[in-house]
Design a binder for this molecule. Sequence first.
Ligand code: UT7
Length: 330
Amino acid sequence: MTSVRPSVELVSTGRSLPDRVLTNKDLEGMVETSDEWIRERTGIRERRIAAEGTLTADLGATAAEIALSRAEVPPEEVDILLLSTATPDRWLPSTSCDIQSKVGATNAFASDLHAACSGFLYNLSLAEAYLAMGRGEVALVIGAEVMSSIIDWEDRATCVLFGDGAGAAVLRRSDTGRGILANDFGSDGTLADLLCRPAGGVQAPLDKERLIQKDHLVHMSGREIFKAAVRAMADSSARALEKAGLTPDDVDLMVPHQANIRILEATARYAGIPMEKVYVNLDRYGNMSSATIPVALDECLEQGLIKPGSVVLSAAFGAGLTWGATVFQF
Ligand code: UT7
């Protein structure tokens, strides 16, 4: 089926979702919106919101511990710990170091990567490269987000879209012939302003005026992002499949980044994958940025939708702009 020799396998996953559910009905009482508008334009019905005081590292560590225990890997055996997040708990040090401390991955090196919603796939590829180069035997890759902390809860165009959560995966070098078959990635920094938090960094340090303007929160040009997302995810999926020597017909399941049901439907159509093969959970969680793909993979594995031998295609898109696609064989 493919001439590419995979060397890195995804052996287990875990997820952590806050208990609190925020429904579309709840949002109707917060901003001028309706359950009907949100469902029709996005496919989202509800999302999870972290309790006050719950950190990105808390959600990430819980997901990581579940993935490690399913893989029967003691935390000290983790060599590489990679977190993707757009909501670090502090600017310094990295939140991955907090997760390392919480899970007791004392022998790992840890780092954060920020590629917004594409971060989990970017990190899987980094882990794959580190493991393939012999930098370790076991990698722990985590996507964890408390998006509710960076959302303007008075902006109906963004606050209905996002949710909190975390997912994690354990990767190992393998000689089974299964694993990550191919990747494709891209970025376009010329479109950075389409989705950003304008203030709070070096470019625009936080001051009273910027706080009042809410420039420290997410600003988004939804329609432009929508168009770019479909094109980028479909093209990246096609390139990743081609690199793996596969066609859309070979895909058993597509597990894409969950941003908007209309983005998923259009991407699947352009990518030549029927919607029956596309896993959707955004109705329950909304867009959890880099946590969407590991949470979805975890649910698919739990429900038996991914079986030994299944070919799975994941594609993501996010701020940056960043995008990517990964083909796995389980
Ligand atoms: O992971 C990447 C992160 N970002 C994304 O994935 C976002 C991608 N974009 C989208 O998902 C869609 O563009 C949105 C869901 C954000 C918006 O859907 P749309 O069909 O592109 O709507 P629109 O922005 O063109 O707005 C249509 C109308 C506007 O009213 P007018 O100007 O036509 O009177 C908006 O003000 O809908 C209005 N609107 C809302 N109405 C009720 C925008 N948000 C809401 C809302 N409730 N929550």
